[in-house]
Design a binder for this molecule. Sequence first.
Ligand code: PEP
Ligand code: MN
Length: 261
Amino acid sequence: MGLKFTLKKREKDMNIGNVKIGKDFVIIAGPCAVESIEQLLNTALYVKACGAHLLRAMVFKPRTSPYSFQGLGIDGLKIVEEVREKIGMPVVTEVVDPRDVEQVCEVADVIQLGARNMQNYALLREVGRTSKPVILKRGLSATIEEWLNAAEYILSEGNENVILCERGIRTFITETRFTLDLSSVPILKKLTSLPVIVDPSHAAGASDLVKPLAKASKVVGSDGLIVEVHPDPQHALSDNKQQLNFDMFKQLMLELNELKC
Ligand code: PEP
Ligand code: MN
């Protein structure tokens, strides 16, 4: 496949805060998008109390429609920084433009590259020149080989800290937003020593499907989850159907902890 770096054994540990990525089962939780300081702070306090390790805090939203809420942008980064400092929780935030990478890196503990940017090669290279851990989400219709080649762009620039994230692919199924390709997890775990996490929220597109998909992801050997949680999902500015409310997240955490695998 011509994959030089993704198939290599990883030498170093990837530690973020007090979680060992690839060893501990990492839980990343937070809203689809940062909407206000109160919303992010309340969510962060809640998910942390439930045992989440990292906060999802997106301010640049790559939306399918240019008319949908695009996130708070650079102003939102100030909110992320404030909440990060206040509660001492590492944050994951997305970057969509190579010109913003430097500024985002000043706040982010982990950078996310979304599904729609999996093959944005300028962005992959720019992030590859940093040393920040990067969550690389699978493209909407990407094969595993295309996905690993995207990871090669980051790794070949010198950044060894790539985390792959399965988030569902486009199929003929219309009952879910995407089809979660659970088999990609054991396939990738066999092929590469990069950590593999799962995003059940964007795959499902419906909050009641998040828990079963999340539990299945743990069972098939994923290294963690990134889950959308919102204090009032119905009124969320984006992805209101799939975000978990606080009670649903608490229940998910309880049931994940009961799974012995
Ligand atoms: C996200 O995680 O905020 C997101 C938009 O997901 P994806 O890129 O997988 O669609
Ligand atoms: Mn979302």
